[in-house]
Design a protein around this ligand. Structure first.
Ligand SMILES: Nc1nc2c(ncn2[C@@H]2O[C@H](COP(=O)(O)OP(=O)(O)OP(=O)(O)O)[C@@H](O)[C@H]2O)c(=O)[nH]1
Ligand SMILES: C=C(OP(=O)(O)O)C(=O)O
Length: 215
């Protein structure tokens, strides 16, 4: 059984602006409910991961903060308008210098706690202190970036982030973790995540949308 040694930082954008490429993906479902469900299912899986001691959600959204604090996450206020990498750095700073910190995107509704535990256990505990990352399913993005204790996270999330993380000295983790790698940016991604098995919040919205949409 993995030791709960990791602090996982999960940034969540303000819901009205979040997941813009998914807007309209589920007819009959308010967009903000879908964006919140993706984050809630991600955080639920992280909280259930035996390798995780604490989940820090970095957000400027009061609704997200209330929901995810209720689920058991610690909320760290987002630096206003600073963007995704600033949110990761802010969360990592709140975790403290001695923590093993991993940054994870909040759009992984098919994430399984055991996959996250396997990925985190593949990060060596000791020197030489190299950061590790897990690329998304297409291979160009990043879903997870992990740093050993005392090593800055130095996040380079955004378009082409797998290459950017590698160029900054981070090494890829190569395990077969389909739910972890399946980030959801578009309706095609959402369908792929549904084939893997969605967390309960997103699954309920998919079911409600299907029931409301004439065949
Ligand atoms: N706290 C915080 N989280 C962010 C910010 N930008 C993106 N995120 C989160 O980072 C993760 C990955 O970002 P994207 O996949 O680009 O998500 P997004 O920006 O909501 O989606 P698009 O509008 O489609 O680009 C998601 O879980 C977002 O909620 C930000 O400025 N602050
Ligand atoms: C944030 C990222 O990209 P996307 O918006 O494509 O999920 C990333 O992969 O680093």
């Amino acid at each position: 059984m993995a030791e709960p040694t990791w602090t996982v930082v999960v940034p969540v954008k303000r819901l009205p602006a979040a997941k813009s490429r998914l807007r309209g993906a589920l007819p009959g479902v308010p967009h903000e409910e879908l964006a919140l469900a993706l984050a809630a299912d991600t955080v639920r899986a992280v909280l259930a991961c035996p390798a995780v001691a604490e989940v820090l959600v970095v957000t400027g959204d009061a609704h997200v903060a209330a929901e995810l604090a209720g689920a058991g996450a610690r909320i760290v206020p987002d630096p206003p308008d600073a963007g995704l990498n600033a949110a990761f750095r802010h969360g990592a700073a709140a975790a403290g210098r001695h923590a093993r910190v991993a940054g994870l995107t909040a759009d992984l509704p098919a994430l399984r706690p055991a996959e996250l535990a396997a990925a985190l256990s593949a990060v060596p505990a000791g020197p030489p202190g190299v950061r590790r990352f897990v690329a998304d399913a297409p291979g160009d993005g990043t879903v997870l970036l992990a740093a050993p204790a005392g090593v800055p996270l130095e996040p380079r999330f955004g378009a082409g982030s797998a290459e950017a993380h590698a160029a900054s000295g981070a090494l890829p983790l190569t395990g077969d973790w389909p739910g972890l790698r399946r980030d959801v940016d578009t309706s095609v991604d959402l369908a792929a995540a549904a084939r893997l098995g969605l967390g309960p919040r997103t699954a309920a919205l998919l079911g409600a949308s299907a029931a409301a949409t004439p065949a």
